[in-house]
Design a binder for this molecule. Structure first.
Ligand SMILES: Nc1ncnc2c1ncn2[C@@H]1O[C@H](COP(=O)(O)OP(=O)(O)OP(=O)(O)O)[C@@H](O)[C@H]1O
Ligand SMILES: [Mg+2]
Length: 250
């Protein structure tokens, strides 16, 4: 059997020091296998965002082990960690985090700047990914000219432009109406269908039913893990994932 994409062992993340310190993660052991679509649930303050930031190499754990595709990333230096983030991971934030002054092609192309891809090639690849996500007629638009759902598609395009094997999303539908949120689940299911492993954090008991497994956190620990027997299917009719260029030539 393949090694897990994600494996954590006794993962702890403590913010602050002394009596005021908070153990946001207090011994988390999880495994995520290639091709899974996992939802992380839990009350506000249970450590969901902290866990996703550690998994996304945005934060370093205080102690414990985090292996990404079999490599212990918690012991890497900052530069190696950034390289892993750029090569292997895509991150989608609840509030999109797009650059307001740049058109959506430049927004989606941003990770390719760090990857050292030349400008014309960057724009070509980003435009192809945006087109696959149903935004082919909006390429010159800026984020402020788009709806929330369209902005989230741009954020997903930016996360997918390097064709990462792992897509991490923190409350990706938290700012969207219910119908648009389901469309985002449809996009995730399509990306999952072509091999992307997905881990999303959500508060929404409806959205977890589109994923294949649910991990519940409580006070920085795993409370329960549940396999979804028959995940709901979400439609994303204007998304044509077949158009997404293959890895390496995105
Ligand atoms: N930068 C920080 N400094 C100090 N404490 C923090 C920091 N970030 C998070 N915490 C604390 O860590 C705990 C977990 O926070 P986290 O943001 O991971 O929760 P969450 O499950 O994502 O919550 P929410 O559903 O409200 O987004 C909370 O008690 C929070 O107050
Ligand atoms: Mg959070």
């Amino acid at each position: 059997m393949d090694a897990p994409v994600i494996r954590t062992k006794s993962l702890r993340k403590v913010y602050g020091e002394g009596p005021a310190s908070v153990a946001a993660l207090d011994g988390v052991d999880i495994e995520v296998m290639a091709g899974e679509f996992v939802s992380i649930m839990g009350a506000s303050g249970s450590g969901k965002t902290t866990l996703l930031h550690v998994l996304g190499c945005l934060h370093r754990p205080t102690s414990g082990v985090y292996e990404l595709e079999g490599v212990d990333v918690s012991s890497l230096d900052d530069e190696s960690m950034s390289a892993v983030r750029n090569r292997k991971l895509g991150f989608v934030f609840q509030s999109y985090n797009l650059l307001p002054q740049a058109d959506i092609v430049d927004n989606a192309a941003l990770p390719l700047v760090y990857a050292g891809v030349p400008p014309a090639e960057r724009r070509r690849r980003a435009a192809a990914v945006l087109a696959a996500l149903g935004l082919g007629d909006r390429l010159r638009h800026k984020p402020g000219e788009l709806s929330g759902g369209q902005c989230q598609r741009v954020a997903i395009a930016r996360a997918m432009v390097t064709r990462p094997s792992l897509l991490l999303a923190d409350e990706p539908t938290g700012n969207l109406d219910s119908r648009t949120g389901v469309e985002i689940m449809g996009i995730f299911q399509k990306l999952n269908g072509i091999g992307a492993t997905i881990v999303q954090v959500t508060h929404d008991p409806e959205k977890i039913r589109y994923s294949t497994r649910i991990i519940r956190l409580r006070d920085g620990r795993v409370e329960s893990v549940e396999t979804v027997r028959e995940p709901l299917k979400a439609a994303a009719p204007d998304v044509d994932i077949e158009m997404l260029p293959p890895p390496g030539r995105a």
